[in-house]
Every structure is written in C-alpha cells, then in structure tokens.
Design a protein around this ligand. Structure first.
Ligand code: HAM
Length: 431
C-alpha cells in the first residue's frame, strides 16, 4: 500500500472520535439523556465561545483555568472571546439573559458538548474534551444535592462503571469561609518556604487550593492544617449534616474528604468528586458542587445553585470494553450486471425509505466477494440478483444468520423484508 503522509495533522490533545468508537459515545449519551430526563432535567445548548470576561468573573481570576488554560482570542471586531473551558458560567449567563428564573422555582438543565483547556495532554487529559453537565438553580436545600448525587450514582451503575468512589466535602459560605481562611493562612505563616512555588503564589491569591496540591511536601504540611469542616458556621454545618443523612437514607456510599476544594472559585458549601482509582493520575470522572453566590455575583437575584460535570472521555475509560456487535440487521443487495444493479438500487432505495438498513456494492465486486462483505458487515439478509434471477423474475433471499435461502418473486421482495423488519429481524439501527 502507498505510504500516507498527511500534510496537516490534528492538534495535540484534540483527538478524533472515529466511526468505530462513536457507538460507545452514543450509547452513553442516550442512556444519560434518558436518566437526566427522568430526574427532571431539560437540555440547554449554549455556544462554544463566550466573552472572555464571563469566565474570568465566573470561574475566578486566580484559578489555573483562567490563568493558564483558556483558549482566548481577539475576533475581527477586537473583542476578546474564549472557547468555553466549562459549562456552568455559560448556563448562568443564559439563565439570567433569558430570565429562566421567572418561569418557576427550580430550574434544572443539562448540557453535553466539547470544552477546551490548554493543559498538558496525558492519559485522560485533553485540550478538547467533552462534558455531560447539569445545573439545578433556585433551591438551596440539601435535598437537591442528595438528588444530584443519587442521579450520578444511578447513572454510573446503569452504565456499568466499576469501583467508583464518591468524595464529599463542605467548604463553607461567605460567613464562615473567611474564618477558615484566616486560620489557614495563620497556620501557613511559618511554612511558606517549604511550600512548592505554585502554592506560595496560591497562598496570596487562592489559599484554598493549597489543600489539594499533589506535591508531597505540600501534602505533608496540609495534613496537619486546619480543615474547612472545622470552621463551618452553624447553617453550613446543618446543611452538610442533613445532606449526609439523606445520602444514608438513599443508600449512597460516600466518604468525607476534608481536602476536596476543587479548582473553580464559585463553590460554596457542598463539593464532590466521583473518582475511579483505576484511572491513574487523572482519576476524577465527575466533579461539582454548590455555588450559592454565583448567580448574584453575575448580576442576578440571589439564587442558590448546584451542578456537576462528567468528563466523558474518562467515563468511557471506566466502562467495560465491548466486543463487536453480534446483531445481524438489514439487507445487502448483491447484484451482477447493469440491469440487476439498477433493480438493486431501486430496491435498496425503497428499503431505506421504509426504515431499513440496506446497501449494495458500487465497486463491481464479484458475487462471492459481495457475499463475503455482507457477512463481514453482519447484514441479516442478502438479496442475490443475477442473470438467472432476473430471467425468472425472482430474487434469492439468503438469511445470513441462519444460512438458509429461498427464491422470492421480485414484486414481493420489499414487502417480505419489511415484514421481517416489523418482527424485529431486519431493523435499521446499527451505529
Ligand atoms: P471540573 O472538575 O473542572 O468541573 O470538570 C469536570 C470533569 O471534567 C472532571 O472531573 C473531568 O472528568 C473532566 N475534565 C476536566 N478537565 C479535563 C481535561 N483536560 N481532559 C479530560 N477531562 C477533563 C467543572 O467543569 C464544573 N463546571 C463542574 C460543575 C458544574 N460544577 C458545578 N456545576
């Protein structure tokens, strides 16, 4: 075979999803949409780019995402735009812009789509990746948090994710966070020299993030540091306790992880992550939390909210491998000669219009290799149209799964195949 040297390759960290892989993506999407709908979520589709300012204000200027990872560019109108690194800020923008808050108390929406972050690509970490996310706006009760965690645990069980763990924390609100930060920075005061360079900057700009630094030296220091849980105010503590009661009632396993602070600035109270320890360094398959101040900060009425996002690539890495489809579906018209081809073309057109998977060879293959192809692609029926068949006004209809064949008058062929289809034998619907 000729060597192929593409002149232009795809961008690093932005992988193609090839036809052989798409089936798994579609199955996850179909199942997820079904479950989200059952829990009362409606889909929302926001643009893939937004004004840069939206993410700076929404996610927070001191976060890694805003400081180092955004794909920002100036458009031809000299406006700074950014490919969305996440979906929460765009949803809040749309929620306020279209006054979705006036249409009822609890607004539950979900989104599925690509996100963009300029991170160092590695296993499970990409520059274009996909999220399935959901946001529930308008109610601050911990029952909403519990319902969301129930949704995720149900989804992961349905899809067959093995061995996931739910990590849970509360990082307080604007009443108690300052108390914690004050204690925390005082504790850190004599230890600055031992922190990694990133954490030294964080101490000034975003001290909370020191809690989940992965550098060993920082972890040792953090192990003895005060935790946000110890500083929770009464309201936050009641909220967190009630959430745990509800999780126990719903029989959802979790463990409290006092160091879980997450990488975005908008969180208050509940934060959570679903991890799959089998995935290595990038083991968070979903993350989220409550953001009761964000809508107000974005110019809206005070509105509590909570949400999550699943990383679809990591979710797929956590699912069992599937073998090739065992299903035999559809019709392959194997034709010989121009007249038979034209007849086959019309039959295939008719079958497709009636909703069947159907095809025919357009490369002039021999009858034998057409049969081989039909077998390989797992067509349930092969319709053989050769000279002999045309003369007799029939087609040979071979059931490829059972290996039996019969001659069917041409005018009955489509009807017969469609009847089989209605019995579920030759349905369209393969990926
Ligand atoms: P996040 O933790 O930044 O949260 O991302 C959620 C999930 O997206 C992660 O747990 C991970 O599975 C996946 N993910 C993130 N970055 C990458 C990457 N570079 N490559 C592959 N997968 C990645 C958020 O985005 C929040 N908006 C979640 C949320 C919604 N919080 C409240 N509402």
């Amino acid at each position: 075979m000729r060597k192929v040297r593409p002149v232009i390759r795809g961008v690093r960290g932005a992988p193609d999803i090839l036809p052989a892989q798409v089936g798994r993506w579609q199955r996850v999407e179909v199942e997820t949409r079904r479950i989200l709908k059952n829990y009362g979520y409606q889909e929302i589709r926001t643009p893939v780019f937004e004004r840069t300012e939206l993410f700076v204000r929404g996610i927070g200027g001191g976060t890694d995402i805003v400081e180092k990872q955004m794909y920002s560019f100036e458009d031809r109108g000299h406006e700074s735009l950014t490919l969305r690194p996440e979906g929460t800020a765009p949803v809040i923008r749309a929620y306020l812009e279209h006054r979705l808050f006036t249409k009822g108390d609890l607004c539950k929406v979900y989104y599925i789509g690509p996100m963009f972050r300029h991170e160092r690509p590695q296993a499970g970490r990409f520059r274009q990746f996909h999220q399935i996310g959901a946001e529930a706006l308008g109610v601050g009760d911990p029952a909403v948090d519990a319902e969301m965690l129930d949704l995720l645990s149900h989804l992961f069980a349905t899809l067959g994710v093995d061995g996931w763990q739910l990590h849970l924390n509360s990082i307080g609100d604007d009443a108690c966070r300052p108390v914690f930060l004050d204690r925390f920075t005082r504790y850190m005061a004599g230890k600055v020299e031992r922190l990694c360079p990133d954490c030294r900057v964080r101490l000034k700009r975003n001290p909370l993030r020191i809690l989940d630094c992965k550098v060993e030296g920082c972890r040792r220091i953090v192990a003895r540091a005060p935790s946000p849980l110890e500083s929770l105010c009464e309201d936050c503590e009641v909220h967190f306790r009630r959430l745990q009661e509800l999780l126990q009632l719903l029989k959802i396993d979790y463990s409290v992880n006092e160091r879980l602070v997450r990488g975005l600035d908008y969180y208050t109270r509940t934060t959570f992550e679903f991890v799959n320890p089998g995935l290595g360094a990038q083991n968070a398959i979903a993350g989220g939390g409550r953001y009761d101040l964000l809508v107000g900060e974005m110019g809206g009425p005070p509105t509590p909210g909570i949400g999550f996002a699943i990383g679809v690539e990591r979710l797929l890495l956590s699912l069992p491998r599937e073998g090739p489809s065992e299903e035999w579906v559809g019709v392959f018209a194997a034709t010989l000669g121009k007249e038979a081809f034209e007849l086959g073309l019309r039959i295939v057109q008719d079958l497709r219009r009636q909703g069947l998977r159907a095809t025919l060879d357009m490369e002039g293959r021999s009858l034998k290799s057409q049969m081989r192809l039909a077998h390989k692609e797992r067509y349930r029926y092969t319709l053989i149209l050769g000279d002999e068949e045309l003369k007799a006004g029939v087609a040979t209809m071979k059931d490829m799964a059972q290996g039996v064949q019969e001659r069917v008058p041409l005018q009955e062929v489509v009807h017969r195949l469609v009847r089989h289809e209605s019995r579920g034998k030759a349905q369209a619907g393969r990926d």
